[in-house]
Design a protein around this ligand. Structure first.
Ligand SMILES: [Zn+2]
Length: 463
C-alpha cells in the first residue's frame, strides 16, 4: 500500500477519533478527508479484499440486507467491513474502510449504496456481488422519477462482475437482468406468495395504486396472479407475455407475529434451511432471502447463513428494541407509504401493543413535502384502544391526518418534543407492553441521539 493511502488512512482515523471524542457520529466527514488525500483510496483498499466485494442497492431494505449479509459472512469466520446506515455514498464507504482497518486486510466489503451513487461507487469498489432489493417511489424531491433511479442502478450494475442477485418479484428489478454484462451470473430471488399472506386473487394494479403498473418491455398493464405486498408478486404482461422469471432462491414464511418470522429458504441446489428472524414483516423476509442469495453466491454455507439470520436483531432504525420503564420500546424507521404500511400492519397485529408514537419531521432528508402521509393506511390504527402520540416538526399535520382517518380523538395526543412524546407514550402504555415509535429519518436521528445520551441505545454508527 502506497504512502498516499497510508496517509489517507491516518488522517481518516484521526478524524473519526476526534468526532467520537466530541460525541458526534463519524460517518461521511472523515471519508471526505480520506478521499481528498487519496482519491484512489477506495479502489486501492477494496482491491485487496480477500473474498467478496458486495454492493447492495434499491429503495427499501438496503441496511437490513447488508447487515444480514454481514452476519452470514461473519458466521463463516470472515472479517467483514460494512458501511453504516445513512452513509451510503463514497465518503461513507471510505470512512468504514478506515474505521475497520481494511488497509491491513479483510475478507469482505459489504456496502449499501445509494441508487444515485451506485455507478460511482461501483467504479471504485469493482464489486463481484450485487443485490438489488426493490424500487418504490421514495424521496421524489431528491431523485425525480422512478425511471431515473432504475436507470442509475442499471448503469451502476454495468460495473459488476460475478453475480447479481435480483428480486424477481419486482418487475423493474427483474428487468435489469437483460442489461447486465454477459459474464455476470443472475440469481433471482423472491418469496412464495402462497405462504406469505399475499393476495392470491388477480389484482387490478391501477386500483391498488401500485408504484409499478406497466411492463417495462412494452408498456402493457400488468396483471397479478398474487402479490406479497405493493407491486411485489407474480406479475404477468398480457400484451407481450413477459412474466416474473423463475426464482433460484425462494423464501417461505412459515409463521409470523409482530415480533418476528419463522422462515424457510430454498436454494437451487436443493439445499434448504429454516431460520427464526427477530424482525417482523414480509419486507424483512425479502431482505433475508436477498441476503441469503448473496451469501450463497459468495460461497457461504447453510449453517453460517442460518446463524446470520438468527443473530440479527435489527439494523439501525429498523425495529430496534430497548427497554424503558418496564415497557419494550420498538423504534421503527418509517420513511415512505409502503414502509409505514408494513410497520403499521405489524403494530396492528401485535396483541402486546401498548401505545404508538408517530414522529414526523420534514427536514431535507425526510423530504419537505409530507403529502405522502395521506397515502399511508393509518386507518389500521383505528381499531383498538391504544393511545397514539404524535410528534415532530409536523405533529399538527399528522394529528389532522389521524383525525380525518377516523381515529377516536380521546386516544390522540400531540407532544412536539420527540423525547417528551416518547415519555408520554410510555406513561400511557401498560407495563410490560410494547410501545412502537414510527419515525421519519431525522426524527429517528434526533430521538436516538437523546436516547444514546441516556445510555439507552448503543452508538448507531458503529459496525
Ligand atoms: Zn409487456
Amino acid at each position: 500500500m502506497g504512502i498516499r493511502a497510508r496517509l489517507a488512512h491516518i488522517f481518516g482515523k484521526l478524524g473519526i477519533r476526534v468526532l467520537r471524542l466530541l460525541g458526534r457520529a463519524a460517518t461521511t466527514a472523515p471519508g471526505r478527508v480520506i478521499l481528498a488525500v487519496d482519491p484512489g483510496f477506495i479502489s486501492r483498499v477494496s482491491g485487496q479484499v480477500r473474498h467478496s466485494r458486495a454492493v447492495i442497492t434499491g429503495t427499501n431494505g438496503k441496511t437490513t440486507t447488508a447487515a444480514l449479509l454481514e452476519g452470514m459472512m461473519a458466521g463463516a469466520g470472515w472479517k467483514v467491513v460494512r458501511n453504516a446506515s445513512g452513509s451510503n455514498m463514497a465518503a461513507g464507504i471510505a470512512t468504514a474502510l478506515v474505521d475497520h482497518d481494511a488497509i491491513s486486510g479483510c475478507d469482505a466489503l459489504v456496502a449499501e449504496v445509494d441508487e444515485a451513487a451506485l455507478a460511482g461507487v461501483a467504479a471504485m469498489v469493482q464489486p463481484d456481488l450485487a443485490v438489488v432489493t426493490n424500487f418504490f417511489r421514495d424521496q421524489l424531491d431528491r431523485y425525480g422519477e422512478l425511471d431515473r433511479t432504475v436507470d442509475l442502478v442499471r448503469r451502476g450494475l454495468e460495473r459488476v462482475r460475478g453475480t447479481a442477485c435480483l428480486n424477481a418479484d419486482d418487475p423493474r428489478v427483474a428487468d435489469l437482468a437483460d442489461s447486465l454484462p454477459g459474464e455476470v451470473d443472475t440469481v433471482f430471488f423472491g418469496l412464495a406468495g402462497e405462504a406469505s399472506g399475499g393476495e392470491r386473487d388477480a389484482v387490478d394494479p391501477a386500483a391498488a395504486g401500485l408504484d409499478t403498473q406497466f411492463c417495462p418491455r412494452c408498456g402493457g398493464r400488468f396483471t397479478y396472479e398474487g402479490r406479497v405486498f405493493g407491486h411485489l408478486g407474480d406479475y404477468r404482461c398480457p400484451d407481450c407475455g413477459w412474466r416474473r422469471p423463475a426464482r433460484h432462491v425462494v423464501g417461505r414464511i412459515l409463521d409470523a407475529d409482530g415480533a418476528g418470522l419463522l422462515m424457510a429458504i430454498d436454494f437451487p441446489d436443493g439445499d434448504s434451511l429454516v431460520a427464526k428472524l427477530g424482525v417482523p414483516g414480509a419486507y424483512n423476509a425479502y431482505n433475508a432471502v436477498g441476503a441469503a442469495a448473496a451469501a450463497r453466491a459468495a460461497g457461504i454455507d447453510g449453517p453460517a447463513i442460518r446463524a446470520g439470520l438468527e443473530a440479527f436483531t435489527g439494523a439501525f432504525g429498523r425495529m430496534e428494541r430497548l427497554s424503558l420503564e418496564d415497557r419494550e420500546v420498538v423504534l421503527a424507521l418509517s420513511k415512505n407509504p409502503v414502509g409505514f404500511d408494513q410497520i403499521l400492519r405489524a403494530v396492528a397485529d401485535d396483541a402486546g401493543t401498548g401505545a404508538v408514537l408517530v414522529g414526523i419531521n420534514d427536514g431535507h432528508a425526510d423530504g419537505r413535502d409530507i403529502s405522502w402521509l395521506w397515502d399511508v393506511d393509518f386507518e389500521m390504527l383505528d381499531a383498538g384502544e391504544v393511545p397514539v402520540v404524535v410528534s415532530g416538526t409536523r405533529a399538527e399535520d399528522m394529528a389532522v391526518r389521524l383525525k380525518y382517518g377516523g381515529l377516536d380523538l380521546e386516544r390522540l395526543q400531540i407532544v412536539g418534543d420527540l423525547e417528551g412524546a416518547l415519555e408520554r407514550a410510555v406513561e400511557r402504555s401498560p407495563r410490560g407492553a410494547r410501545v412502537y415509535a414510527l419515525l421519519t429519518y431525522t426524527a429517528m436521528l434526533g430521538l436516538r441521539e437523546r436516547l444514546e445520551r441516556r445510555g439507552l441505545v448503543g452508538e448507531m454508527w458503529r459496525g
